[in-house]
Design a binder for this molecule. Structure first.
Ligand SMILES: Cc1cc2nc3c(=O)[nH]c(=O)nc-3n(C[C@H](O)[C@H](O)[C@H](O)COP(=O)(O)O)c2cc1C
Length: 211
C-alpha cells in the first residue's frame, strides 16, 4: 500500500465566524444532525481522551448519549481505565470525525459523574443483554479467557431468569462540560476552516485559527 500518494481534496462546505451559531452547542447540534442525515456510520461515536500526569494519554471511542446546554454525556464503567483516569484528572478531550462531511470537532471539557438517577434511568432503557453484559464485565480488568467472560454472562443470565438486573453502583454516566470547542471544515488546497469557541468569563468568544 502506497500511503504517501493517498490524498483527496475537501470541497464539501465552508465555515466562517459570521455563519456559525453564537453557542458552540447549537453549532454542534447542527453538525450532528448533518452527520445523521448524511448517514455517517456511528455518527454519535467520539474519541474520549484522558490524561494523567506522567502517563501516556489514553484515547478510546465512546458513544454520545445526550447533548444539552450543559454538555456531552456518555455512559461507562466507573472502575474502568477511563473512570480511574478521570478520577485523577477530570480534564478530558472529546473528538468527532465525520469523513463524509469533511468535518471534525475537538472539545476540551471537564468531566463529572451524572446523578445516580440519570444513570439508572439510562441503564433501564438499554436492552436486557446490554444490561447483563454491563454487570458481567469488570471493564478494563484482565481476563484469563473469553470463555470466562461468557461464563460470567451466562451465570448471571440464568440467575436473573428473565428479570432485569439493577444498575451496578460502578456503572453510570459522565457529563463533559465544554470550555473550548473547535470546528474544522476541510477546504480546497488544504486551506481548511478552523473556528474556535473559548469560554472566557462565562461567555463564548469566537476566533479563526490558521489551518
Ligand atoms: C463504536 C464504539 C462504541 C463504544 N461505546 C462505548 C461506550 O459508550 N461506553 C464504553 O464504556 N465503551 C464503549 N466502547 C468501548 C471503548 O472504546 C473501550 O474499549 C472501553 O470503554 C474500555 O476503555 P478503557 O479501558 O480505556 O476504560 C465503544 C467502542 C466502540 C468501537
Amino acid at each position: 500500500m502506497k500511503l504517501d500518494s493517498i490524498r483527496r481534496e475537501y470541497r464539501f462546505a465552508a465555515l466562517t465566524k459570521q455563519s456559525v451559531a453564537a453557542s458552540p452547542i447549537d453549532q454542534f447540534k447542527e453538525w450532528l444532525n448533518d452527520a445523521q442525515r448524511a448517514n455517517v456510520n456511528d455518527f454519535s461515536a467520539m474519541s474520549l481522551v484522558t490524561a494523567e500526569t506522567g502517563a501516556f494519554p489514553q484515547s478510546r471511542i465512546v458513544l454520545l448519549k445526550d447533548i444539552s446546554v450543559d454538555g456531552f454525556t456518555f455512559f461507562t464503567n466507573y472502575d474502568s481505565q477511563k473512570g480511574k483516569a478521570i478520577e485523577k484528572n477530570n480534564k478530558v478531550g472529546l473528538h468527532f470525525f465525520w469523513p463524509e462531511l469533511e468535518r471534525q470537532v475537538r472539545i476540551d471539557g471537564v468531566a463529572e459523574k451524572t446523578s445516580r438517577e440519570a444513570s439508572v434511568q439510562y441503564f433501564k432503557s438499554r436492552p436486557l443483554e446490554s444490561q447483563i453484559a454491563a454487570c458481567a464485565s469488570a471493564q478494563s480488568a484482565t481476563l484469563t479467557s473469553r470463555s470466562k467472560l461468557e461464563e460470567q454472562y451466562r451465570s448471571l443470565q440464568n440467575a436473573l431468569q428473565g428479570d432485569h438486573p439493577e444498575c451496578p453502583e460502578n456503572w453510570g454516566g459522565y457529563l463533559v462540560r465544554p470550555v473550548k470547542m473547535e470546528f474544522w471544515q476541510g477546504r480546497e488546497s488544504r486551506l481548511h476552516d478552523r473556528i474556535v469557541y473559548e469560554l472566557v468569563e462565562n461567555e463564548w468568544k469566537i476566533k479563526r485559527l490558521s489551518p
